[in-house]
Design a protein around this ligand. Structure first.
Ligand SMILES: Cc1ncc(C[n+]2csc(CCOP(=O)(O)OP(=O)(O)O)c2C)c(N)n1
Length: 332
Protein backbone atom coordinates (compact mmCIF):
# COMPACT_ATOMS: atom_id res chain seq x y z
CA UNK A 1 0.00 0.00 0.00
CA UNK A 2 1.30 3.43 -0.91
CA UNK A 3 1.66 5.75 2.10
CA UNK A 4 -0.53 8.83 1.63
CA UNK A 5 1.40 12.09 1.52
CA UNK A 6 -0.90 13.70 4.02
CA UNK A 7 -4.39 13.43 5.37
CA UNK A 8 -6.69 15.08 2.88
CA UNK A 9 -8.97 17.10 5.12
CA UNK A 10 -9.08 20.85 5.21
CA UNK A 11 -8.93 22.39 8.67
CA UNK A 12 -9.45 25.88 9.98
CA UNK A 13 -8.38 27.74 13.09
CA UNK A 14 -11.68 29.28 14.09
CA UNK A 15 -11.74 29.89 17.84
CA UNK A 16 -15.01 31.04 19.41
CA UNK A 17 -15.01 33.49 22.31
CA UNK A 18 -14.71 31.90 25.74
CA UNK A 19 -13.66 32.56 29.33
CA UNK A 20 -11.25 30.93 31.78
CA UNK A 21 -14.30 29.76 33.76
CA UNK A 22 -15.61 27.85 30.77
CA UNK A 23 -12.35 26.59 29.27
CA UNK A 24 -10.33 25.61 32.36
CA UNK A 25 -12.62 22.71 33.41
CA UNK A 26 -12.64 21.42 29.84
CA UNK A 27 -8.85 21.62 29.62
CA UNK A 28 -8.68 19.73 32.91
CA UNK A 29 -10.99 17.05 31.57
CA UNK A 30 -8.99 16.63 28.35
CA UNK A 31 -5.74 16.44 30.29
CA UNK A 32 -7.17 13.83 32.66
CA UNK A 33 -8.32 11.76 29.67
CA UNK A 34 -4.86 11.97 28.12
CA UNK A 35 -3.11 11.01 31.35
CA UNK A 36 -5.56 8.16 31.88
CA UNK A 37 -4.85 6.88 28.38
CA UNK A 38 -1.07 7.21 28.84
CA UNK A 39 -1.23 5.37 32.15
CA UNK A 40 -3.29 2.58 30.61
CA UNK A 41 -0.84 2.28 27.69
CA UNK A 42 1.99 1.89 30.21
CA UNK A 43 0.10 -0.75 32.19
CA UNK A 44 -0.75 -2.56 28.96
CA UNK A 45 2.89 -2.76 27.91
CA UNK A 46 3.73 -4.10 31.39
CA UNK A 47 1.20 -6.89 30.83
CA UNK A 48 -1.15 -5.61 33.54
CA UNK A 49 -4.02 -4.94 31.13
CA UNK A 50 -5.10 -7.65 28.70
CA UNK A 51 -7.28 -7.84 25.59
CA UNK A 52 -7.52 -4.86 23.27
CA UNK A 53 -6.82 -1.26 24.17
CA UNK A 54 -7.84 1.56 21.82
CA UNK A 55 -6.66 5.00 22.85
CA UNK A 56 -8.12 8.39 22.03
CA UNK A 57 -4.92 10.42 22.41
CA UNK A 58 -5.18 13.39 20.00
CA UNK A 59 -8.99 13.23 19.80
CA UNK A 60 -9.79 14.43 23.34
CA UNK A 61 -11.48 17.69 22.31
CA UNK A 62 -14.25 15.84 20.49
CA UNK A 63 -15.76 13.84 23.34
CA UNK A 64 -14.96 16.54 25.90
CA UNK A 65 -16.54 19.38 23.90
CA UNK A 66 -19.53 17.37 22.71
CA UNK A 67 -20.42 15.94 26.11
CA UNK A 68 -20.06 19.40 27.68
CA UNK A 69 -23.09 20.38 25.59
CA UNK A 70 -25.26 17.80 27.40
CA UNK A 71 -27.30 17.73 30.59
CA UNK A 72 -26.51 14.95 33.10
CA UNK A 73 -29.72 13.08 32.22
CA UNK A 74 -28.78 12.84 28.52
CA UNK A 75 -27.36 9.61 27.11
CA UNK A 76 -24.03 8.82 25.48
CA UNK A 77 -23.40 5.74 23.34
CA UNK A 78 -19.84 5.17 22.09
CA UNK A 79 -17.44 2.70 20.48
CA UNK A 80 -14.56 0.61 21.81
CA UNK A 81 -12.46 3.82 21.93
CA UNK A 82 -14.57 5.12 24.78
CA UNK A 83 -12.57 5.61 28.00
CA UNK A 84 -12.54 9.38 27.46
CA UNK A 85 -16.26 9.51 26.65
CA UNK A 86 -17.07 7.72 29.90
CA UNK A 87 -14.81 10.08 31.85
CA UNK A 88 -16.33 13.15 30.16
CA UNK A 89 -19.81 11.85 31.03
CA UNK A 90 -18.84 11.79 34.68
CA UNK A 91 -17.44 8.33 35.38
CA UNK A 92 -14.49 8.57 37.79
CA UNK A 93 -10.96 7.56 36.80
CA UNK A 94 -10.78 4.85 39.48
CA UNK A 95 -13.53 2.51 38.17
CA UNK A 96 -12.40 3.09 34.57
CA UNK A 97 -8.81 2.11 35.34
CA UNK A 98 -9.89 -0.83 37.51
CA UNK A 99 -12.08 -2.06 34.64
CA UNK A 100 -9.14 -1.93 32.22
CA UNK A 101 -7.13 -3.97 34.75
CA UNK A 102 -9.97 -6.55 34.97
CA UNK A 103 -10.52 -5.88 38.66
CA UNK A 104 -13.61 -6.45 40.80
CA UNK A 105 -13.85 -2.72 41.57
CA UNK A 106 -14.07 -1.90 37.86
CA UNK A 107 -17.01 -0.07 36.34
CA UNK A 108 -18.59 -3.34 35.21
CA UNK A 109 -16.95 -5.48 37.89
CA UNK A 110 -13.92 -6.21 35.73
CA UNK A 111 -15.97 -8.47 33.44
CA UNK A 112 -16.11 -6.16 30.42
CA UNK A 113 -12.68 -4.61 30.03
CA UNK A 114 -11.63 -1.72 27.84
CA UNK A 115 -14.32 -1.96 25.15
CA UNK A 116 -17.31 -2.45 27.43
CA UNK A 117 -17.53 0.40 29.89
CA UNK A 118 -21.15 1.09 30.92
CA UNK A 119 -22.62 3.20 33.69
CA UNK A 120 -26.29 3.72 34.48
CA UNK A 121 -25.56 6.38 37.11
CA UNK A 122 -24.09 8.82 34.57
CA UNK A 123 -26.22 7.63 31.62
CA UNK A 124 -23.17 6.35 29.81
CA UNK A 125 -24.72 3.53 27.76
CA UNK A 126 -21.47 1.87 26.54
CA UNK A 127 -18.80 0.93 25.00
CA UNK A 128 -19.46 -1.33 21.90
CA UNK A 129 -16.96 -3.48 20.00
CA UNK A 130 -19.02 -4.12 16.87
CA UNK A 131 -18.22 -1.31 14.47
CA UNK A 132 -21.43 0.62 13.70
CA UNK A 133 -23.55 -1.90 15.63
CA UNK A 134 -24.28 0.65 18.35
CA UNK A 135 -25.90 3.25 16.07
CA UNK A 136 -29.29 1.48 16.16
CA UNK A 137 -28.84 1.13 19.94
CA UNK A 138 -28.51 4.91 20.18
CA UNK A 139 -31.58 5.31 17.97
CA UNK A 140 -33.38 2.95 20.38
CA UNK A 141 -32.39 5.03 23.43
CA UNK A 142 -33.61 8.16 21.63
CA UNK A 143 -36.83 6.38 20.68
CA UNK A 144 -37.39 5.58 24.37
CA UNK A 145 -36.87 9.24 25.28
CA UNK A 146 -39.34 10.40 22.66
CA UNK A 147 -41.88 7.75 23.68
CA UNK A 148 -41.60 8.69 27.35
CA UNK A 149 -41.42 12.42 26.61
CA UNK A 150 -38.53 12.77 29.05
CA UNK A 151 -36.71 15.46 27.01
CA UNK A 152 -33.40 13.59 26.98
CA UNK A 153 -31.00 13.71 24.06
CA UNK A 154 -28.70 10.88 23.00
CA UNK A 155 -25.21 11.46 21.58
CA UNK A 156 -23.83 8.60 19.50
CA UNK A 157 -20.12 8.56 18.63
CA UNK A 158 -18.55 6.47 15.86
CA UNK A 159 -15.65 6.57 13.41
CA UNK A 160 -15.77 7.28 9.69
CA UNK A 161 -15.15 3.56 9.10
CA UNK A 162 -18.47 2.82 10.81
CA UNK A 163 -20.28 4.88 8.19
CA UNK A 164 -19.66 2.03 5.71
CA UNK A 165 -21.51 -0.45 7.92
CA UNK A 166 -25.14 -1.60 7.68
CA UNK A 167 -25.92 -0.75 11.32
CA UNK A 168 -25.02 2.88 10.67
CA UNK A 169 -27.37 3.09 7.67
CA UNK A 170 -30.19 1.50 9.66
CA UNK A 171 -29.74 3.75 12.69
CA UNK A 172 -29.53 6.87 10.52
CA UNK A 173 -32.61 5.88 8.56
CA UNK A 174 -34.73 5.21 11.65
CA UNK A 175 -33.53 8.34 13.43
CA UNK A 176 -34.64 10.43 10.43
CA UNK A 177 -37.88 8.58 9.78
CA UNK A 178 -39.09 8.68 13.38
CA UNK A 179 -37.53 12.07 14.18
CA UNK A 180 -35.57 10.81 17.15
CA UNK A 181 -33.70 13.15 19.52
CA UNK A 182 -30.25 11.82 18.70
CA UNK A 183 -27.06 13.52 17.51
CA UNK A 184 -24.89 11.16 15.48
CA UNK A 185 -21.27 12.27 15.79
CA UNK A 186 -18.73 10.91 13.35
CA UNK A 187 -15.28 11.25 14.93
CA UNK A 188 -13.42 11.24 11.67
CA UNK A 189 -9.84 10.43 12.66
CA UNK A 190 -9.09 9.69 9.00
CA UNK A 191 -8.08 6.06 9.45
CA UNK A 192 -10.14 2.95 9.88
CA UNK A 193 -7.49 0.77 11.51
CA UNK A 194 -4.77 1.17 8.83
CA UNK A 195 -7.06 2.24 5.97
CA UNK A 196 -7.09 5.94 5.10
CA UNK A 197 -10.57 7.29 4.53
CA UNK A 198 -10.10 7.88 0.82
CA UNK A 199 -9.51 4.15 0.34
CA UNK A 200 -12.79 3.26 1.99
CA UNK A 201 -15.21 6.11 1.20
CA UNK A 202 -16.32 7.10 -2.33
CA UNK A 203 -17.49 10.40 -0.84
CA UNK A 204 -15.13 11.49 1.92
CA UNK A 205 -17.63 13.88 3.48
CA UNK A 206 -19.52 11.55 5.83
CA UNK A 207 -21.96 14.30 6.86
CA UNK A 208 -23.38 14.25 3.30
CA UNK A 209 -25.19 11.02 4.21
CA UNK A 210 -27.63 13.20 6.13
CA UNK A 211 -28.88 14.75 2.89
CA UNK A 212 -30.41 11.49 1.73
CA UNK A 213 -32.52 11.50 4.89
CA UNK A 214 -33.46 15.18 4.98
CA UNK A 215 -31.47 15.49 8.19
CA UNK A 216 -29.49 18.55 9.32
CA UNK A 217 -25.74 18.07 9.09
CA UNK A 218 -22.58 19.83 10.16
CA UNK A 219 -18.87 19.28 9.52
CA UNK A 220 -15.90 20.98 11.15
CA UNK A 221 -12.48 20.23 12.64
CA UNK A 222 -12.28 19.20 16.25
CA UNK A 223 -9.10 20.62 17.76
CA UNK A 224 -10.82 23.47 19.58
CA UNK A 225 -12.86 22.13 22.47
CA UNK A 226 -15.02 25.26 22.69
CA UNK A 227 -15.83 25.12 19.00
CA UNK A 228 -16.87 21.47 19.38
CA UNK A 229 -19.05 22.39 22.36
CA UNK A 230 -20.78 25.27 20.54
CA UNK A 231 -21.46 23.37 17.33
CA UNK A 232 -22.68 20.20 19.07
CA UNK A 233 -24.84 22.35 21.38
CA UNK A 234 -26.74 23.60 18.31
CA UNK A 235 -27.57 20.04 17.31
CA UNK A 236 -28.40 19.04 20.90
CA UNK A 237 -30.80 21.96 21.34
CA UNK A 238 -32.48 21.17 18.03
CA UNK A 239 -32.91 17.55 19.14
CA UNK A 240 -34.26 18.62 22.52
CA UNK A 241 -36.67 21.25 21.22
CA UNK A 242 -37.91 19.71 17.98
CA UNK A 243 -36.86 16.06 18.27
CA UNK A 244 -34.89 16.45 15.07
CA UNK A 245 -31.79 14.28 14.71
CA UNK A 246 -28.51 15.54 13.20
CA UNK A 247 -25.42 14.03 11.66
CA UNK A 248 -22.27 15.90 12.68
CA UNK A 249 -18.81 15.05 11.39
CA UNK A 250 -15.85 16.24 13.41
CA UNK A 251 -12.41 15.99 11.81
CA UNK A 252 -9.75 14.80 14.22
CA UNK A 253 -6.63 12.64 14.37
CA UNK A 254 -5.33 9.92 16.64
CA UNK A 255 -1.68 10.36 17.48
CA UNK A 256 -1.09 6.66 18.20
CA UNK A 257 -1.95 3.43 16.40
CA UNK A 258 -5.46 2.01 16.11
CA UNK A 259 -4.85 -0.15 19.16
CA UNK A 260 -1.82 -1.00 21.28
CA UNK A 261 -0.75 -3.68 18.81
CA UNK A 262 -0.59 -1.22 15.89
CA UNK A 263 2.75 0.54 15.29
CA UNK A 264 1.01 2.79 12.71
CA UNK A 265 3.42 2.12 9.84
CA UNK A 266 0.83 3.18 7.25
CA UNK A 267 1.37 6.91 7.84
CA UNK A 268 4.40 9.12 7.64
CA UNK A 269 6.15 10.72 10.62
CA UNK A 270 5.60 14.10 8.94
CA UNK A 271 1.87 13.58 8.79
CA UNK A 272 1.68 12.65 12.48
CA UNK A 273 3.91 15.62 13.35
CA UNK A 274 1.69 17.97 11.38
CA UNK A 275 -1.32 16.90 13.42
CA UNK A 276 0.59 16.96 16.69
CA UNK A 277 1.15 20.66 16.07
CA UNK A 278 -2.62 21.03 16.26
CA UNK A 279 -2.75 19.18 19.61
CA UNK A 280 -6.06 20.19 21.27
CA UNK A 281 -4.42 20.27 24.71
CA UNK A 282 -1.56 22.57 23.73
CA UNK A 283 -4.08 24.77 21.99
CA UNK A 284 -6.39 25.05 25.01
CA UNK A 285 -3.50 25.67 27.38
CA UNK A 286 -2.20 28.50 25.20
CA UNK A 287 -5.71 29.95 25.05
CA UNK A 288 -5.99 29.87 28.84
CA UNK A 289 -2.71 31.78 29.13
CA UNK A 290 -3.98 34.28 26.57
CA UNK A 291 -7.18 34.70 28.60
CA UNK A 292 -5.11 35.53 31.67
CA UNK A 293 -4.91 32.27 33.63
CA UNK A 294 -1.68 32.44 35.63
CA UNK A 295 1.05 29.81 35.14
CA UNK A 296 0.92 28.70 38.79
CA UNK A 297 -2.86 28.10 38.48
CA UNK A 298 -2.29 26.01 35.36
CA UNK A 299 0.50 24.08 37.08
CA UNK A 300 -1.75 23.42 40.09
CA UNK A 301 -4.49 22.12 37.80
CA UNK A 302 -1.97 19.85 36.07
CA UNK A 303 -0.61 18.53 39.38
CA UNK A 304 -4.13 17.80 40.50
CA UNK A 305 -4.78 15.74 37.35
CA UNK A 306 -1.50 13.87 37.84
CA UNK A 307 -2.51 12.97 41.40
CA UNK A 308 -5.98 11.87 40.28
CA UNK A 309 -4.62 9.47 37.67
CA UNK A 310 -1.84 8.12 39.93
CA UNK A 311 -4.51 7.43 42.52
CA UNK A 312 -6.63 5.60 39.90
CA UNK A 313 -3.67 3.42 38.92
CA UNK A 314 -2.91 2.60 42.56
CA UNK A 315 -6.56 1.78 43.17
CA UNK A 316 -6.63 -0.55 40.15
CA UNK A 317 -3.38 -2.27 41.13
CA UNK A 318 -4.48 -2.84 44.73
CA UNK A 319 -8.01 -4.05 43.88
CA UNK A 320 -8.85 -7.77 43.87
CA UNK A 321 -9.25 -9.53 40.51
CA UNK A 322 -12.70 -9.88 38.95
CA UNK A 323 -14.79 -12.90 39.80
CA UNK A 324 -14.67 -15.65 37.27
CA UNK A 325 -17.50 -14.89 34.80
CA UNK A 326 -19.29 -18.20 35.41
CA UNK A 327 -19.24 -17.90 39.17
CA UNK A 328 -20.48 -14.32 38.79
CA UNK A 329 -23.44 -15.46 36.68
CA UNK A 330 -24.28 -18.19 39.22
CA UNK A 331 -24.42 -15.56 41.97
CA UNK A 332 -26.87 -13.24 40.20
C1 LIG B 1 -18.54 -5.25 12.33
C2 LIG B 1 -17.06 -5.13 12.60
N1 LIG B 1 -16.20 -5.27 11.57
C3 LIG B 1 -14.85 -5.16 11.79
C4 LIG B 1 -14.38 -4.93 13.06
C5 LIG B 1 -12.88 -4.78 13.29
N2 LIG B 1 -12.59 -3.37 13.51
C6 LIG B 1 -12.43 -2.89 14.75
S1 LIG B 1 -12.16 -1.24 14.76
C7 LIG B 1 -12.20 -1.16 13.09
C8 LIG B 1 -11.98 0.16 12.39
C9 LIG B 1 -13.09 1.13 12.60
O1 LIG B 1 -12.70 2.39 12.16
P1 LIG B 1 -13.52 3.68 12.48
O2 LIG B 1 -14.98 3.37 12.46
O3 LIG B 1 -13.05 4.74 11.57
O4 LIG B 1 -13.18 4.04 14.00
P2 LIG B 1 -11.78 4.32 14.72
O5 LIG B 1 -11.26 2.99 15.20
O6 LIG B 1 -10.91 4.98 13.73
O7 LIG B 1 -12.09 5.20 15.88
C10 LIG B 1 -12.44 -2.40 12.53
C11 LIG B 1 -12.55 -2.67 11.09
C12 LIG B 1 -15.32 -4.83 14.11
N3 LIG B 1 -14.93 -4.62 15.37
N4 LIG B 1 -16.66 -4.91 13.86
Amino acid sequence: MKTPDRARVETDDETPATTVEELAPLYRQMLAIRRLEEASAKAYSQGKIGGFLHLIIGQEAVCTGAIAALKPEDYVVATYREHGHAYAKGVAARPIMAELYGKKTGLVKGLGGSMHLFDRATNFLGGYGIVGGHVPIAAGAAFASKYRGDGRVTLCFFGEGASTIGGFAEGLSLAALWKLPVVLICENNQYSMGTPLYRSLAVEDVSMRALAHGMPRDRFDGDDVIKVKRRIAEAVERARETSEPSLVEVITYRFRGHSMSDPGLYRTKDEVEEWRRRDPLTRSRARLTELGMAEDKLAALEDDVKAEIEDAVRFAEESPPADDYHSYVEKV
